[in-house]
Design a protein around this ligand. Structure first.
Ligand code: NAP
Length: 307
């Protein structure tokens, strides 16, 4: 019987692991199918305190992992298939093995949302992508669009200008949700052009098996027009990764794990949640890390109270 099992290896999971291992709780951490989570596809992280010159997302995850390992976190490179409540705590099944723990910390994060078009599915990986860092290189000298109006859309668009000749940001409204500093940066980039009040109605190119264009719909008039393009990147927000717990814990109206105000406690005693899986509001690496610290301290107190 372990004291603590942590599921997920983004900034929330690693911070929970650092705190839990320093409290001598000998945590087990399951890295999941995408170790490191969303920061693995992020380039410059400029707002994580302690890095005045910025840090690359994957590097930040690597140093957090090393810090957790240094204090004795047992790291298991596996995806957790099942989490169950038992009489004495919890059972976690991963790679056909079962592990038991008195407390579990859920830090499974969130995943990029898709546009939900059939043509998007058909052309995924053939010019359609949700990750500029991963696929930007393939668009050297090409024309691409980024869909969305938040910080991610601008970040993806800016990154893509390293490769593409022209990047259009297609946004469904006439006002961006992105922060002012990102908007200012975008305005200075001559390769980026906004297409306001437009949504993607379809992606063209099925016949030739690669993206050749998009069909845009004007959100005010409903008018359709086709535009030649080589790549489509969606940056339209995220969905929390709640598959493992959706039948076990209460979720909020946006489908995020519900925690009691100001703590990481879910409605199941001994089950804690931190990071993007329970945060639809801030979704920052630093807030995820902060909530990971809270989850470890909450688990530690719960275990002490049990004794
Ligand atoms: P977001 O802020 O939720 O923005 C999502 C954008 O996509 C919105 O503009 C939204 O339009 C649009 N959208 C949503 N569904 C759509 C659909 N089906 N079709 C077309 N457009 C759709 O998500 P995010 O940009 O991923 O940012 C998430 C969080 O991470 C934010 O807190 C952000 O500040 C943070 N972040 C920070 C940085 C940084 O500081 N460097 C970088 C990336 C992300 P509406 O505006 O009309 O709702």
């Amino acid at each position: 019987m372990n004291d603590v099992i942590i599921i997920g290896s983004g900034p929330a999971g690693w911070t929970a692991a650092i705190y839990a291992s320093r409290a001598d709780l000998k945590p087990l951490l399951f890295e999941g199918g995408e170790p490191g989570g969303q920061l693995m596809t992020t380039t410059d992280v400029e707002n994580f305190p302690g890095f005045p010159k910025g840090v690359q997302g994957p590097e930040l995850m690597q140093v957090m992992k090393e810090q957790a390992a240094r204090f004795g976190t047992e790291i298991i490179a596996a995806h957790v298939d099942k989490l169950e409540k038992t009489a004495g705590g919890f059972e976690v099944t991963a790679a056909e093995k079962t592990y038991r723990a008195k407390t579990v910390i859920i830090s499974t994060g969130a995943t990029a949302r898709r546009l939900g078009l059939d043509s998007e599915k058909a052309l995924y990986g053939k010019g359609v992508s949700a990750c500029a860092t991963c696929d930007g290189f393939f668009f050297k000298g090409k024309k691409v669009i980024v869909v969305g109006g938040g910080d991610s859309a601008i970040e993806e668009a800016s990154f893509l200008t390293r490769f593409a000749d022209k990047v259009y940001i297609v946004h469904r409204r006439n006002e961006l949700r992105a922060s002012k500093i990102m908007q200012e940066r975008m305005k200075k980039n001559e390769k980026i052009e906004m297409i306001w009040n437009a949504s993607v109605d379809g992606i063209l190119g099925k016949e030739v098996d690669h993206v050749t264009g998009v069909r845009l719909k004007d959100s005010t008039t409903g008018e359709l027009r086709d535009m030649e393009i080589d790549g489509v990147f969606a940056a339209i927000g995220h969905e929390p990764n709640v598959d493992l717990v959706k039948d076990l814990v209460d979720l909020d109206e946006k489908n995020y794990v519900k925690t009691s105000f100001g703590t990481s406690q879910t409605n199941i005693p001994g089950l804690f949640a931190c990071g993007d899986v329970q945060d639809s509001r801030y979704r920052q690496a630093i807030t995820a890390a902060g909530s990971g610290c809270m989850a470890a301290l909450d688990a530690e107190k719960y275990l002490a109270d049990q004794e």
